[in-house]
Design a protein around this ligand. Structure first.
Ligand SMILES: Nc1nc2c(ncn2[C@@H]2O[C@H](COP(=O)(O)OP(=O)(O)OP(=O)(O)O)[C@@H](O)[C@H]2O)c(=O)[nH]1
Ligand SMILES: [Mg+2]
Length: 202
């Protein structure tokens, strides 16, 4: 799919105030610093569209980006960021939960996992939670440029094995690197397929 236009729409903290549910949307969630905002910029092919930072906790609201005038990419705050107050963290968690569970036009939730690490408890807990809520999702293993291919493959295998021990079916998964510019076509192809299905039922 070609990206012709990508525009920032706005930032929201209240689900009720998010843009109307007439367009399909795709949201990105994962631990703080995993690369959600960077991946959105790579997909949209627009540097600086979503704000990126070397320190975790950069994205603090639900940010909407309209793509090709017809569908939205949604950047969410990360989870597992230790340096915010318990109160603030609770607020983000509630906002994320409401968003994930209530948005009827959330066609696919992408859960980003840092491919540099062995399986992390908060990521496994998060995907288990999605299972309990019955939210379908797709995994993207990010930052694959950071390790050797075999280390990355080992971490991905370890994560999927953990999931297999708790889940009957594995969700689809991709790999990405904004440094190598990899994963973009595969993710956009999936979104295009979903957009067609959304159009068919809308
Ligand atoms: N090497 C490498 N660095 C990356 C990649 N993706 C993101 N980064 C870096 O990781 C850091 C965090 O990126 P962000 O996109 O801001 O991460 P985020 O998940 O949006 O973080 P929060 O908004 O704080 O939750 C930045 O320094 C990025 O440049 C990647 O594929 N490879
Ligand atoms: Mg971010």
């Amino acid at each position: 799919m070609n990206i012709i236009s990508a525009t920032y729409i706005g930032s929201f903290v209240d689900i009720e105030k998010c843009p109307g549910p007439d367009k399909p949307e795709y949201a990105f969630i994962g631990r703080s610093n995993v690369g959600k905002s960077s991946l959105i910029n790579m997909l949209a092919n627009k540097k600086g569209l979503a704000k990126v930072s070397g320190s975790p906790g950069k994205t603090q609201t639900i940010n909407y980006f309209l793509i090709n005038e017809s569908w939205n990419l949604v950047d969410l705050p990360g989870y597992g960021f230790a340096k915010v107050s318990v109160q603030q963290r609770k607020k983000w968690e509630k906002m994320i939960e409401e968003y994930i569970r209530k948005r009827k036009n959330l066609v696919c939730l992408f859960v980003l996992i840092d491919s540099r690490h062995s399986p992390q408890k908060n990521d496994l807990d998060f995907v288990d939670q999605l299972g309990e809520w019955q939210i379908p999702f797709t995994i993207i293993f990010t930052k694959t440029d950071k390790n050797t291919q075999s280390q990355t493959a080992g971490n991905i295998k370890a994560f999927t094995e953990k999931m297999k021990s708790r889940w009957e079916f594995l969700p689809p998964y991709f790999q990405s690197s904004v440094v190598k510019k990899s994963g973009r076509n595969e993710i956009l192809d999936l979104i295009e397929e979903y957009n067609i299905r959304f159009g068919a039922i809308a």
